[in-house]
Design a protein around this ligand. Sequence first.
Ligand code: ADP
Ligand code: MG
Length: 267
Amino acid sequence: TGGTAPPTDRTNTDHHPTPADAAFVSLRGLAKSFHGQRVFEGIDLDVRAGTVTAVIGPSGGGKSTLLRCVNRLETPDAGTVTVGGVRYPADGPLDRARRTALNRTVGMVFQSFNLFPHLTAERNITLAQQRALKRPRAEAVQRSRELLDRVGLLERADAHPHTLSGGQQQRVAIARALALDPEVLLFDEPTSALDPELALDVLAVMRSLAAEGRTMIVVTHETRFAEEVSEQVVVMADGGIVEAGTPRAVLHDPAHPRARRFLASVR
Ligand code: ADP
Ligand code: MG
C-alpha cells in the first residue's frame, strides 16, 4: 500500500465497514513475550461497537501489555488485531497507512495522565489536534474548550497540570483523547493513581462516555463501575483470559479459581 497517503485517507488499507452488531475490536490468537517470558498467548476477544469491556486481574497479568498491543505501542508476537474492519497482523512493523489508520481510530488514557507539564490544560488538548489531525488552531481551540466544558474544567483552561488535582489532570487527559475523535477508547487504570474522592469525578466522565455509546476497553479495579457500564468483563491472569462473561457472571459467580481468588482480593 502507498506510503504517501494523507493522514485521513484509509483507501489504501483493507478497510471494510463494520456492521452495526459486529465486533469493533477483535483479537485473535494474540501472544506477547518479553525476553522469552510469556506475558500471554492465545488471547481471543471481541468488543462490540458501542459497548464497554472491562479488563480486570492481578498486577503483572498483562493487562497493560494487552492494551498496548491493541494500539501498537507494543508489537505482538503472534495473532491479529482487527479494529473498525482493518486488520493489523502481528508480523513486523505496520506500514504507514495502517499506523495512521490505527492512530486515528484508537485513543488511550493512561494511569499517569501523561500531560505536557509546561503547557496549559487547553494547550495540551489543542496541540494534540494540531499535530495529529492538522486541525487549524482556531478550530482546535474551540474544540478544546467544548471538551474542557464537558469534563467540568472550562474555568481551568489556563491552568498548568501541576496546579490541578490528579482527578482534574486525568479529566484533561480524557478531553485530550476525545479531541482526536477516536472510535474506540482504551483506559489503563485511569483512577488507580487517584484518591477515591477524586476518582469519582473521573468515573462520572467515563460513565457519561459509556452512556453515549462509546466503544471502550477499560482496565480497572473499580468493580462497581465495571458492573454498571460494561457489557462484558474479562479476567486476565496466568498468561491468558481465565474468565469472560457478563459482569454479573464474572464478578459474582466466577468459575475459575484464579478469578475467584482475585475477586476476593478486590472486594
Ligand atoms: P498488568 O498491567 O496486568 O499489571 P503488564 O502488562 O504491565 O501487567 O505486565 C505483564 C508482564 O510483562 C509483567 O511481568 C511485566 O514485568 C512485563 N513487562 C511489561 N512491559 C515490559 C517491557 N516493556 N519489557 C519487559 N517486560 C515487560
Ligand atoms: Mg498495568
